[in-house]
Design a protein around this ligand. Structure first.
Ligand code: ADP
Length: 451
């Protein structure tokens, strides 16, 4: 096992990884930007190296600086967390060249799943059902429209290099297609520096169900059940839960098998997530695979009792998976709410500032993964997520009540957050009924209040 590990990330996920390392007896090296010198992850790690100025490209995306920090401190492995360099094949290869283990899948697997249009093709070959759509990446609106006409409206225009709901538009008719295509393409170019797009049939009122995968370097692959991430605002997840209420054991088995097949098709090892859409008839379709740990991983940890970060580290170090599929049991129900520094009254605009008063909830089955402490400052340069509140209980209803209780106790002062909004959301009749369509429609139309 490694003696020292560097965490190439910030925020709550960096803290999460530091904690896992502590439990495994591994020393930790944090990296930080000049804006994050006082950040929680920078303070908690055994060592911290400042790698550059505020802007991500000068620090958390600066591969040479991060690798220099790893070499200088004698770290044997790098955990990239999520976002930043977590799905960057160049970085994964550079780690390899420096003799440092990248805690994640091989660069080859990242590559195969990273280009979403390419991943669709691989899945078609592996006989995993995909949403009807284009096989080739598109750059020209005129050609794209021909394909859209063929697929039939509504179609969703998506970025090959996509992520975080960026560069996506739903075209409901031929008339509006070209304009929306160009808009999506411009957004894609801005966000990812790439303008390759692809199209899918837009599935109305579908559910976002994703399967957590764990696989070692010897071909052993299991799934750890699903997460329902259907509550979204502008295609971005807000609340996640496990298990998905409407999923029968049979469908869970089928989807789990398809997820394992998808992972095996790209020779996957480490933790990963296979995302599906499930339509109203219970048919499911592969959407994409995220080749990294995800924000919502704690939900799965709560229902399976398996520590995903530790597993990733063990797998990278060459250990064999200790679980077979039949050893994985889902117990009870878990829900996660993302608490972000954003203003629901003003279009969920991200906010920055200093936390002047903080109280974090606790108690049986309540977990808070956060970057917060009293007096910490929230710089404007990074993702606005401050904390994840995760609860676990025997039943969904109990979990909802526990979440309401936890969010009711949580106090974050000095900075605008979506806390009250999330409280209303989990407490709503719609959420209780599992009526995500009503919630998502309301989120689409209004910004300030739910129900
Ligand atoms: P990203 O990687 O940017 O998050 P995804 O491909 O995961 O993008 O899609 C994000 C969300 O958009 C999905 O969870 C789903 O709600 C919606 N979505 C994507 N593709 C479709 C589709 N073909 N039909 C209906 N909804 C879709």
């Amino acid at each position: 096992m490694y003696q020292k590990l560097l965490i190439a990330n910030r925020g709550e996920i960096a803290v999460r990884i530091i904690r896992a390392c502590r439990e495994m007896g591994i020393s930790t090296v944090a990296v930080c930007s000049t804006a994050d010198r006082e950040a929680l992850h920078a303070q908690l790690a055994d060592e911290c190296v400042c790698i550059g100025t505020e802007r991500p490209k000068d620090s958390y995306l600066n591969m040479e600086q991060i690798l220099s920090a790893a070499v200088a401190t004698g770290a044997q492995a790098i955990h990239p967390g999520f976002g930043f360099l977590s799905e960057n094949t160049r970085f994964a290869r550079m780690c390899r060249q420096c003799g440092i283990d990248f805690i994640g899948p091989s660069p080859e697997s990242i590559e195969k799943m990273g280009d979403k249009a390419e991943a669709r093709k691989t899945m078609v070959r592996a006989k995993v059902p995909v949403i009807p759509g284009t096989e080739e990446a598109l750059t020209d609106a005129e050609t794209a429209k021909k394909y859209a006409d063929e697929i039939g409206y509504p179609v969703i225009i998506k970025a090959s290099a996509g992520g975080g709901g960026k560069g996506m538009r739903v075209a409901r008719s031929a008339e509006e297609f070209k304009e929306l295509f160009v808009m999506a393409q411009n957004e894609t170019l801005q966000a990812f520096g790439d303008d390759h797009m692809y199209l899918e049939k837009y599935l109305e009122r579908a559910r976002h169900i994703e399967f957590q995968i764990l696989a070692d370097q010897y071909g052993n692959t299991v799934h750890l059940g699903e997460r329902d991430c259907s509550v979204q605002r502008r295609h971005q997840k807000m609340i996640e839960e496990s298990p998905a209420g409407f999923l029968s054991d049979k469908l869970r088995r089928e989807m789990g098998k398809a997820a394992v097949k998808a992972a095996k098709a790209v020779g996957y090892y480490s933790a990963g997530t296979v995302e599906f859409l499930v339509d109203q008839n219970g048919s499911f379709y592969f959407m994409e695979m995220n080749t990294r740990i995800q924000v919502e991983h704690p939900v799965t940890e709560m229902v399976t009792g398996i520590d995903l970060i530790k597993q990733m580290i063990q797998i990278a170090a060459g250990e064999k998976l200790a679980y077979r599929q039949k050893d994985v049991e889902l117990r009870g129900h878990a829900i996660e709410c993302r608490i972000s520094a954003e203003d629901p009254e003003h279009g969920f605009l991200p906010c920055a500032g200093t936390v002047t008063n903080l109280y974090l909830p606790g108690g049986n089955g309540v977990r808070v993964d956060s970057l917060l402490y009293n007096g910490c400052s929230i710089p404007p340069y990074y993702d606005s997520m401050l904390a994840k509140v995760i609860v676990h209980a025997d039943t969904r209803q109990e979990a909802i009540r526990r979440m309401k209780s936890a969010l009711g106790e949580l106090v974050i002062e000095g900075i605008t957050t979506n806390l009250d909004f999330q409280y209303d959301l989990v407490g709503s009749k719609w959420f209780e009924e599992g009526n995500t369509d009503a919630i998502n429609d309301a989120l689409e139309k209004r910004c300030g209040k739910i129900c």
